[in-house]
Design a protein around this ligand. Sequence first.
Ligand code: SAH
Length: 210
Amino acid sequence: MGINEDREMLISKLIGEGYLKSEKIIETFREVPREMFVPESDLANAYGDYPLQIGCGQTISAPHMVAIMTELLRPHKTENILEIGSGSGYQAAILSKLVKNVYTVELEPELAQTAAENLRKAGCTNVSVFEGDGSRGYPPFAPYDKILVTCATPDIMKAWKDQLKEGGWIIAPVGGFYHQELILLKKTKDGFEEQRHGGCIFVPLRNERL
Ligand code: SAH
């Protein structure tokens, strides 16, 4: 079976399981070639619904997790989004088709470079990859409409709250090493409102390179 059939099968599965819902996001999953974001040795698994190793002990999230995060984010064409944890660049590529600009921060220099390269090859011109510690957010382009954290964090960092526009929200897997809860934190004029969206497992946010 070819890669296009694999992609369609995965998309049908994610729709059937209720992870992919909106027409625009489904279309984006069709447009972005996930095979360009996985290591060559794993090309055959590009459309399996599980995480894959991408080097430096890190993983590209499973497609259903990318679907959940993207649907929750409710991306809009006018928005500037900050992502913490570029990894392979795949989540940023998906967002790039749905928003105005994506700024993504990656701690591991090697991965930051690969992500930038993958995004360039995939033709995503509205994504900027920065190397650094994303627990401090990324002040130069703040405030952001929304912030997506794709590594497990013990808390929603103050820097993220400060760099978020009023009316925007942060989505992050909050918890310990083995298990986290997907939290959506909305910034209102009176403070913050928290919603919980179920359990998940991400690789941890770190403050130092491995
Ligand atoms: N969104 C990615 C998956 C990210 S995996 C994708 O679509 O492929 C989590 C990533 O967060 C890893 O690449 C890890 O190196 C990175 N990371 C961990 N701690 C970080 C920090 N403090 N700042 C920025 N990135 C961090």
